[in-house]
Design a protein around this ligand. Sequence first.
Ligand code: UDX
Length: 450
Amino acid sequence: MRIAIIGTGYVGLVSGACFSDFGHEVTCVDKDVSKIAALRHGIMPIYEPGLDMLVETNVRAGRLSFTDDLATAVKNVSAVFIAVGTPSRRGDGHADLSYVFAAAREVAAALDGPAVIVNKSTVPVGTGDEVERIVSEIAPDKGITVASNPEFLREGAALSDFKRPDRVIVGAEDEPTRSVLAAIYRPLSLNQSSALVFTSRRTAELIKYAANAFLATKVAFINEIADLCEVVGADVQGVSRGIGMDNRIGRKFLHAGPGFGGSCFPKDTLALLKTADDNDSPLRIVEATVAANESRKRAMGRKIIRAMGGRVRGKTVGLLGLTFKPDTDDMRDSPAIPIIRALQDAGAIVRAHDPEGMEQAKTMLSDVDFAADPYAVADGADALVIVTEWDAFRALDLKRIAALLATPTLVDLRNVYPAREAVAAGLEYVGVGIGDFESRPFVKMADPVA
Ligand code: UDX
């Protein structure tokens, strides 16, 4: 089938590459001429493992192309996916839909026959209805319908998430529209991994927000349990394992850390709260999730300062990892940013290394020394802090780190290393949610009920 995709961000580019790999003929469109020129030369605008190869293979096979000319790209297509950004609107947290509506207008005007406009961007409930209204104004007689097909791929695992999804959600209001989407996703059922779920458009739109809010809540929940573990002398990793083995809870997204970040969870939870507010239907649990996560990031800064004896003025803190998670160069809403601010506000000198995120980080952070590798970060520093669990930080020579550090303190905000291993290497170890009961003999037990 012939498909056009508007927007070559994470979702658009990965979808385009994967759809073309399924055998469809795909044109990816972006207004950013330099981005298109780079893509035509095989240069990816984002770091995503395997993406460059997939793009190259499909471009060479003639199934994938890039253009800034939307009008030509949508000629004779069965579907146009809108995958443009929906950033948080300044000031009120609402998703900014101006790019979505602008794309819908252009597509409706340029289409030369019946086609489905598919919203892949994460958009609030009712956006599909608004797109339909726009289409009916601009092109009432072209036979254009509107569907919602939210994308659940994770950065860093985007290709496998797209090709082997837990489910594909399609919100459509009529049978012909559903059958176009079914045909586009048919190659997944040949992989025996298709779980195509058809719902109404509004339901599909809400599924995306509800899924992200639920996952964000899981992370915020285990992070607060981690805090409690530290106080009562328990181990959050044991708690995660113990509760995660209950199938109703599930093992994933129970890894305690410095708080969630990235381009989706923070933005989508806020947008969902706005929808709840606008409709006078409170989501108190999501509110608590957002608040807990917000305060957690700076609290991590205070945790590091405590681990360094309470005063960091003039001391050097070495940070390993800046991106919001491994295998991405994405710095958006990374916990590293408020952590660094908290340390700098307390007078610390910050040195850092990240395998892929340093270019972006340089544009967002000031007064940070960037080092070439983890050992250069540790050299002479007063503490080393693991902020992001990159594979490259999982097998460090801890003895060497201990020798390089001026004060051998390791603050492991992702619990990468077992405390025992770090202590054996000569480090003072502080993890997340790892309470040391022995050193807290005064933890009060509740009085037994007589
Ligand atoms: C997320 C959703 O997973 C994806 O389905 C959606 O389409 C977009 O948003 P992404 O933002 O790429 O994907 O990252 P994800 O792997 O979900 O991690 C989100 C954040 O939660 C990261 O900051 C990560 O470090 C944090 N996290 C995740 C934890 O702290 N602990 C966990 O156990 C899991």
